[in-house]
Every structure is written in structure tokens, then in C-alpha cells.
Ligand binder design. Structure first.
Ligand SMILES: Cc1cc2nc3c(=O)[nH]c(=O)nc-3n(C[C@H](O)[C@H](O)[C@H](O)COP(=O)(O)O)c2cc1C
Length: 479
């Protein structure tokens, strides 16, 4: 269990290469063609026949302290709720408050709660379309509240095949960035726990550990206590989900089997992570619900516009600050960031290392062409104001933390990407997550760190249509 070698092999086997060739790993599924529309998995897990409890449609910031039904509704809607819809060949396509690669949203959210006024203690599943909760089982009244995020591999592997395992953690991180910001605003002391006993958490939620796996736990009161086991309904994910054995293997390789395993994993985590000085100033200026509903990934940037300096320094400082969690010591991070700067006021175009909150120039000059190439030849990487490559020295993470460290590093990269989005939209600008050619990024920056995720930030050519409210998503005329 938690053997680092599997994460190393998985990482190599799922690298993007400009040749378009896939590595020669016999564990990759060869006879699957991505994006078969007649096999597209449903966008949500459902519980046919179970009663759902509607959450309030008012998502204003609740004046009451602690986890009320109102606070829970705001938290869930502004991270996992449906804000827009579009018609797609007679079907409805749903867009969520948080971005997700390919808009596939492979993340499900569960709530474990003790007595919250108006809600019986229990384990609930969040229903994004209805903005409702389905109660799966009871829990003791003194259970500390927590959110639990799971991933549905087939939903993202349908497009991304085995690389979809990385997407689970990137998309969960993107969603967590919003969840943590909303929790922070409500003074709910949220922490991100990557260490937990996998099988126990899966059993709590009725996840089978193959087609749905536990990704992260977010307790609010510092502790996550599992109630005694009890049967729960399993729900419906897809009629005919395809298993990608390398994804199952990569997830299982990071399993922690007992509370003792979790403890020793956490102890190992306290030994690593670069300390990172950061400012605690409140970075977002506009109401968070407005920022999040106004967010929509930039589909095209305006290369002619120069972004204000704060969009780089202020945004990177805020976005890369340490996450409160169990995978590094407080105040530290697993990540290292490299930037391709194209058009930022007061910063010469070129390649940079973002080192402990300061920009270190590696090379001056126009790097637009190179940056768009690094991002899988996507123009967004070169037309942005700057493009940030979130990296980690994987060996330094995997040696002490095993394959579970791989989960943590990718999750943290997703959180940084999600925060950069929030900062950019707060200032009326835009951003998008991007994928990349794995081996080319370190070569370009002359670094030894492995790229985990990319965010391009800039002035969007078209402002996104603002998203709607619970049960009243805005209908897009064209996607
Ligand atoms: C982790 C991550 C990776 C992404 N990668 C790409 C990408 O490579 N190219 C792209 O055009 N968009 C990318 N996106 C943007 C998604 O396509 C977008 O979030 C999705 O279509 C939903 O739209 P919305 O963000 O406007 O809600 C990525 C988003 C995330 C969260």
C-alpha cells in the first residue's frame, strides 16, 4: 500500500507528447476511442426513488455563526451548484460554479453532519440541479460536520482516458478553491484532509472504490470522525461505466488502510514542503457570490491588452499561499511555479520562476509561441497576459508520501488554479486551466520540477455570461 513506484509509472504512462504517441505501457487501454457521444456518462450521480430536501434558494451570506442550512446551501452552490445550462443536440448540458476540464465535472459532494438546525444528523449527497440534499443514512447528533469529495473516473476518462485520474484531483482542487474561500468568509475553519482510511470513507458513502473513489475530506471543526458502518444506497453513476485499470491501480496504490497508516502518513507529511512567506491581506474585493457567478473560463484572450501588475504579483501571492491541510506542515506548500509572462504592466516579457513570492527572471523575450506550444499547442497559453505552470519536484513528494503524495500535489495544483481564477474574475479579468506537454515544460524553464497543471490569466476577448441562482441557472444560447 502507498507504494511510490506506481505513481511514478502512472505519471510517465499518462504524459502528453507532441508526437501524439502514447507511452508503451501494457496497462493502458488500447481499444477505446475517446468522446463517443452515445456512451457519454451522465453528468451527475442520482438516487432514483429517494426523497430530496431542497436547500434555500437564497444564497446570501448568512449572518449566523457556524454551519447553518443557509451556510451549507451557499457553500455547496458556490462550489458545486449548476449556474448555467446549454442545449446540446436535444440534451441539457450543465455548467457548474467551479470549472472542470472538458466541463465533465467528475466530482460528487457529500455532507456529513451532526445536528444542524433544520437538518437531521446524517450523511447526505448534494444534488446540484435541484440544489438539494438526499439523506443516505443517519449519523450521531454529535458528529463533527465535514464535506467529502469523491471522483467518478469514467466521467472524465470518457474524454481523457487514463490521464483522467489526474483530472479528478485537478477538478477537485478547482472546486475546493471556491469551497475554501466561501468557508473562510463564513469563518468555518475548513481544512483539507488527503489522509483518511479509503475503504472506510468509501463505505460511508456507498462508493465502490472503482467507479467512484474518495478524494478529499474537508472537516470544519478540526476533526473528522467516521460514524459506525451502516448500509447506504449506492445510487446511479452510469449504465455501462468503463474501468481503466491503470486509474484503479493509481488510486489504490495510495490507499491508507488503518488509522495508524493515516497517522504515519501525516507525520511524514510534516517533514516536507517548502516554507512560503505570504500576505494574509484579504485579496478579493467584490462579494464572493458575484465573483463566482461571474466566472467562466476564458475561451479566448485579448493579446493586445496589458494586464495591471497586481494581476500577476497580487494574484500569484494569494493563489499560491499554503493550503491548510494535512499533506504539508502549516505554512508550507508542495508546489513550485514557473511563469511565461507576455503582457503585464512593469514586467518584462519572458520566462520566470516564482520563488518564495518573488519573480526571478530566467530569460527575457517574447515567449508567446513557446508558451502556447507547451500548453498542447493551445493559443490560450500564448495570448494570455501570463501563463503559470504549477509544478512539483515529484521525487521529493513521492519518496516520503508514496503514491498518496501524488494525489496531494495534484490537488494542491488544482486549488492554486482555482484561486487564480477567483482573483482574476474579482478584478474583471479572466483565466482558464490548461493542460500541457509534460517533458517540454521543464526543458523550457530549465527546471527539474514536473508540471502538474497550468493556468493562463489575462483579458478575455468576451466576458462570460453571468451565472444564475439555485434552480434558476442561466440558459446559454450557444456553447
Ligand atoms: C483542471 C482544468 C483543466 C482545463 N484544461 C483546459 C484546456 O486544456 N483547454 C481549455 O480550453 N480549457 C480547459 N479548461 C477549462 C474547461 O474547459 C472549463 O472549465 C469548462 O468547459 C467549464 O466551463 P466554465 O469554466 O466556463 O464553467 C480546464 C479547466 C480545468 C478546471
Amino acid at each position: 500500500m502507498n507504494n511510490p513506484e506506481v505513481a511514478r509509472e502512472y505519471h510517465r504512462a499518462t504524459m502528453h507528447d507532441p508526437s501524439g504517441l502514447r507511452p508503451d505501457d501494457p496497462r493502458l487501454v488500447r481499444d477505446y476511442r475517446p468522446l463517443q457521444w452515445d456512451r457519454k456518462p451522465p453528468q451527475f450521480k442520482t438516487y432514483p426513488g429517494l426523497e430530496s430536501i431542497l436547500l434555500p434558494d437564497d444564497i446570501s451570506l448568512s449572518p449566523s455563526k457556524g454551519l447553518s442550512v443557509d451556510a451549507l446551501g451557499r457553500l455547496l452552490f458556490l462550489s458545486a451548484g449548476v449556474v448555467r445550462t446549454a442545449d446540446l443536440a436535444g440534451d441539457t448540458l450543465y455548467f457548474r460554479a467551479a470549472g472542470s476540464a472538458g466541463n465533465l465535472s467528475p466530482i460528487e459532494v457529500y455532507v456529513l453532519t451532526g445536528d444542524v438546525p433544520g437538518l437531521a444528523a446524517g450523511v447526505y449527497h448534494y444534488e446540484p440541479v435541484e440544489h438539494a440534499l438526499v439523506r443516505l443514512r443517519p449519523a450521531p447528533g454529535d458528529t463533527p460536520p465535514a464535506l467529502i469529495l469523491t471522483g467518478v473516473p469514467w466521467r472524465t476518462a470518457w474524454k481523457y482516458r487514463e490521464r483522467g485520474f489526474r483530472h479528478l484531483y485537478w477538478d477537485a482542487g478547482t472546486m475546493l478553491a471556491q469551497m475554501l474561500a466561501v468557508a473562510d468568509e463564513a469563518a468555518l475553519a475548513a481544512r483539507v484532509q488527503v489522509g483518511f482510511v479509503d475503504e472506510a470513507v468509501a463505505a460511508l458513502l456507498g462508493a465502490d472504490g472503482v467507479h467512484e473513489v474518495a478524494l478529499a475530506v474537508v472537516p470544519f471543526a478540526g476533526t473528522f470522525i467516521l460514524p459506525e458502518p451502516e448500509d447506504v444506497p449506492s445510487g446511479h453513476l452510469a449504465d455501462d461505466p468503463l474501468e481503466f485499470p491503470l486509474i484503479t491501480l493509481a488510486q489504490r496504490a495510495g490507499h491508507l488502510a488503518t488509522d495508524q497508516d493515516v497517522e504515519s502518513w501525516r507525520r511524514a507529511a510534516t517533514t516536507l514542503g517548502g516554507e512560503r512567506p505570504y500576505s494574509t491581506a484579504r485579496a478579493l474585493r467584490r462579494p464572493l457570490d458575484e465573483v463566482i457567478r461571474g466566472r467562466g473560463s476564458s475561451r479566448q484572450f485579448h493579446p493586445g491588452l496589458t494586464a495591471p501588475n497586481e494581476l500577476l504579483g497580487g494574484a500569484m501571492d494569494w493563489a499560491t499561499r499554503p493550503v491548510e491541510g494535512d499533506f504539508v506542515i502549516d505554512g508550507a506548500t508542495l508546489l513550485d511555479h514557473y511563469l511565461a509572462v507576455h503582457a503585464v504592466d512593469g514586467v518584462e516579457p519572458g520566462a520566470y520562476h516564482w520563488r518564495a513570492g518573488e519573480l526571478e527572471q530566467l530569460r527575457a523575450g517574447d515567449v508567446r509561441g513557446a508558451a502556447s506550444h507547451l500548453c498542447l499547442d493551445q493559443a490560450l497559453g500564448g495570448n494570455s497576459a501570463y501563463t503559470a505552470f504549477h509544478c512539483a519536484r515529484l521525487e521529493d513528494v513521492l519518496a516520503p508520501l508514496g503514491s498518496r503524495g501524488y494525489r496531494a500535489a495534484n490537488l494542491e495544483a488544482g486549488i492554486v488554479e482555482g484561486r487564480l481564477h477567483l482573483f482574476a474574475y474579482d478584478r474583471g479579468l479572466g483565466a482558464t486551466g490548461l493542460t500541457f506537454y509534460d517533458r517540454e515544460v521543464p526543458r523550457f524553464f530549465g527546471s527539474e520540477a514536473d508540471p502538474l497543471l497550468v493556468t493562463a490569466v489575462g483579458a478575455p476577448a468576451h466576458a462570460p455570461t453571468s451565472g444564475g441562482l439555485p434552480r434558476r441557472p442561466v440558459r446559454l444560447r450557444r456553447t
